[in-house]
Design a protein around this ligand. Structure first.
Ligand code: ACO
Length: 338
């Protein structure tokens, strides 16, 4: 018997309001055809003005806790992955903790962007394997819409991102048969900060040659909106997700045939198709959600996980592979038996 961690409950939440590509045609100089051809996105959800990131996270978390068959008071740690926190500080994990009404347990925010959820699961797994914690709430949530330039100038990034939240409960478990029993097997985590400015949000920040974190010029230049070199991101995403997952599978003695479901990050449908083609993954084993949510960054993998459960595509005992790539650059892969 070995102490391990296991996903015992999944939840998700997306805002009610749907924005189709046709809705975006009215805001930006774009077209449904361009967006679908280049990205696969058909629609995305954006919040109302009175909703923040931890509000989405609360709903996803409550569902994950209920689906795990736990009470809120059983949760002994929160790990919150987001690049769009409610406020610069404190972290959204603290806001979520207060909204859930579970004071005093640790609340850790992590900032690994689209790779955030895999980093978060890996951190939770290590805390559980150390024996210090038993039931960790791992959340990925984003409100991108409030940070996007939704005018004609912002079309290159503005059409890509959606809002949403997903959460899982990772719980301590004793595993006697690793080939059949649900548990988190392992993750490989990576970063290369030399590419930080290929996909980033420059302002506000202390990185400017200025006495202040923000000034009028920063807003005039639009440096408070995300900047992206889409082509560079695309090429590195395909290369790194394949490399990381291939190495992890090799290390674990797992083949593509052994894996029942692939839950990849959803930045672009063409990225995932390319990965499936290169790795010889049958299309029906890749669960994509970008068509209806766009890129929801740290929320993407748990949101997809919950949709896969609801669609009957992800069942207990299945071997799942995840891989993600995002700003940083950061990238990661994970193998877990559900
Ligand atoms: N609608 C219509 N036209 C557009 C739009 C739009 N929304 N955006 C850009 N264009 C135009 C450009 O202006 C350009 O026009 P031009 O040829 O007259 O100059 C043309 O379309 C082609 O633009 P490119 O940027 O070269 O388009 P590309 O084929 O590279 O596709 C895309 C862009 C979809 C962004 C692609 O590069 C991509 O998906 N990259 C990966 C992005 C990604 O993964 N980002 C998120 C990372 S996740 C994270 O960590 C947050």
């Amino acid at each position: 018997m070995a102490l391990s961690s296991k996903i015992i409950g999944v939840g998700s939440f997306v805002p009610e309001k749907v924005f189709t590509n046709h809705d975006l045609e009215k805001m930006m100089n774009t077209s449904d055809e361009w967006i679908q051809q280049r990205t696969g996105i058909v629609e995305r959800r954006w919040v109302d003005k009175n909703v923040g990131t931890s509000d989405l996270a609360v709903k996803a978390s409550e569902e994950a806790i209920a689906n795990a068959g736990l009470d809120k008071s059983d949760v002994d740690m929160i790990i919150f992955a987001t690049l769009s926190p409610d406020h610069d500080f404190p972290g959204s994990g603290c806001f979520l903790q207060a909204k859930l009404g579970i004071p005093e347990i640790p609340a850790l925010d992590i900032r690994q962007q689209c790779t955030g959820f895999i980093y978060a699961m890996s951190i939770a797994d290590k805390f559980i394997k150390s024996g210090s914690h038993k039931n960790i709430l791992v959340v990925g949530a984003e409100v991108h819409s409030k940070g996007l330039d939704r005018t004609p100038e912002g079309r290159n990034v503005g059409v890509l991102f959606g809002d949403g939240a997903g959460a899982v409960i990772m719980s301590a478990t004793e595993v006697s048969d690793a080939k059949t029993e649900g548990h988190f097997i392992d993750a490989h985590l990576h970063a290369d900060g030399s590419y930080a400015k290929e996909l980033w949000l420059p302002g506000p920040g202390t990185g400017f040659d200025s006495e202040n974190r923000f000034d009028a010029a920063m807003f005039e230049e639009g440096l408070h909106y995300p900047q992206m070199n889409g082509k560079v991101v695309f090429v590195h995403a395909v290369k790194r997700m394949i490399e990381s997952l291939t190495n992890l599978c090799k290390e674990q003695g797992v083949t593509i045939d052994d894996i029942d479901l692939f839950l990849f990050h959803q930045a672009n449908l063409r990225i995932n198709s390319k990965i499936a083609e290169v790795m010889n993954i049958p299309e029906e084993k890749v669960f994509n959600t970008i068509q209806k949510y766009g890129n929801t960054t740290a929320a993407t993998i748990p949101l997809g996980m919950h949709d896969a459960v609801k669609a009957g595509k992800l069942k207990p005992g299945m071997l799942v592979a995840s891989a993600a790539f995002g700003s940083g650059f950061t990238w990661a892969s994970a193998l877990y038996r559900f």
